[in-house]
Design a protein around this ligand. Structure first.
Ligand code: MN
Length: 433
């Protein structure tokens, strides 16, 4: 398939080492015709795994506008020595390959999609995204969920423990988190069944019944690619060598089950029934223009968490939460107190190993204004108020049939927008209870 006119630049990209030719500071155009302001334009280039009518075996794909480039086939044509990276039907081999390969592959993709000379080879390998079924893009190894948004933690403290300080004593000293359930991380679009569980009614009766307080949590997830040597911590300065990219996360939560079980050991069955992630993993390199200083920390964190002299990993991402296509919130990620670099440093500080495919999520993202809150727990103040939707109905928590969509965008180079994709899920009544 490789044409006779494949440019010489590719040879350099294939034989590496490769200079970082990722386009920054200028707007590249693409022979694919993707609009310059498309969230999946040539500055984003997220990776996913798909099947379609002609491809029963899962393929690695790259989103370009409203199309998907079959990267498994493109690599066979243009990067045959890297075929193993894209031939397994998951992103796992690419994740494990490490920073140098991630940069080289992204540079090659940028070249392929912005240089007309590749159009003849690659145009036949573009399929409409609407024709593809997206799959869980990587094997989720371990899953940790943090709690790193000060506004969210403050809201939750005021709701659940109104007679105590809103933030626990440790909150400004360490990024709090809990170990979630990797096996129930599902790809966007997977049906969400209302979980049954044990809970206590206001009159003290203990029952086992479907949750009546099902909620979403709008979060950003980070995907570990190349872990540090087992037992070694990952310092805040090494973040980009270990983390491959980002995805959108909905940490579905049954508030009534959670409220009864969470003392003394934290969230358990109230969250383990499902966690949805977006099908597209956005490479860290696509967020270069979105990096900002995180908010000031007081007190100054201990040295292993101190990022004041490191490159900043605050990220200027804006989330949007829609309930049945009605925009209910726009949580700002920029204000997150603890960065993902600090989360990974903390997670590994005791010698705990992380593995390729580990997923850790930010914690619910909430801003200061009520229309920036990232959960119904906050938006309805634990059911004490309700949200009016445009169809005339109201919600305190999710009803069967409700569909939740969480999207994210960030500034890209030269005024472009980097899309973080969408995680979507519809609530269904439990069928086997
Ligand atoms: Mn969460």
């Amino acid at each position: 398939m490789r044409g006779p006119d494949v440019p010489v630049e590719l040879v350099r990209a294939r034989s590496g080492p490769v200079s970082n030719s990722t386009v920054t500071g200028k707007t590249a155009t693409s022979w694919t015709g993707v609009a310059a302001n498309h969230p999946f334009g040539v500055h984003t280039l997220p990776y996913g795994v798909f099947t379609d009518a002609a491809r029963e075996q899962p393929r690695v794909g790259v989103a370009v506008g409203d199309a998907i480039l079959d990267l498994t086939a493109a690599a066979a044509a243009l990067l045959p020595e890297h075929l193993t990276l894209f031939g397994s039907g998951t992103l796992d081999p690419l994740l494990a390959a490490g920073r140098r390969t991630w940069t080289a592959v992204r540079a090659a993709l940028t070249e392929w999609l912005t240089d007309d000379r590749y159009a003849d080879v690659l145009a036949p390998l573009l399929i409409p995204a609407t024709a593809a079924a997206m799959r869980l893009p990587f094997t989720v190894a371990d899953y940790v969920d943090f709690y790193s948004c000060e506004q969210h933690a403050t809201n939750v403290g005021q709701i659940l423990r109104p007679d105590q300080p809103a933030l626990p004593a440790n909150w400004r000293h360490l990024p709090a988190g809990y170990h979630g359930r990797a096996g129930t991380v599902v790809v966007s679009g997977t049906p969400i069944y209302r979980p049954p569980g044990q809970r206590r009614l206001p009159d003290g009766t203990i029952i086992f019944a479907p949750s009546s307080a099902l909620d979403f949590e709008a979060e950003v997830g980070f995907v570990v690619g190349a872990p540090p040597v087992s037992g070694r911590p990952a310092p805040v300065t090494d973040f980009a060598n270990h983390v491959f990219g980002l995805c959108m996360v909905n940490d579905w939560s049954a508030r009534d089950i959670q409220a009864w079980e969470y003392l003394p050991l934290g969230p358990f069955l109230g969250k383990s029934f499902a966690t949805s992630i977006s099908p597209w993993v956005i490479p860290l390199d696509a967020l270069a223009s979105a990096r900002i200083q995180p908010p000031p920390r007081n007190p100054c964190p201990l040295p292993y968490l101190d990022d004041s002299r490191a490159e900043p990993w605050g990220l200027n991402i804006t989330l949007e939460v829609r309930l049945n296509d009605h925009l209910v919130s726009r949580p700002p990620f920029a204000g997150m107190y603890w960065t993902a670099a600090q989360q990974l440093a903390h997670l590994t500080s005791n010698g705990a190993c992380v593995r390729t495919g580990d997923l850790f999520a930010s914690g619910t993202v909430s801003g200061p204004a009520p229309n920036q809150w990232g959960s119904l727990l906050e938006l309805s103040w634990n059911g004490s108020s309700s949200l009016a939707l445009t169809d005339g109905t109201t919600r305190s928590f999710l009803a069967d049939g409700d569909e939740v969509s969480i999207t994210g965008t960030a500034p890209g180079p030269a005024g472009s927008t980097i899309g973080l994709g969408e995680v979507r899920g519809q609530v269904h009544a439990l069928v086997h209870a």
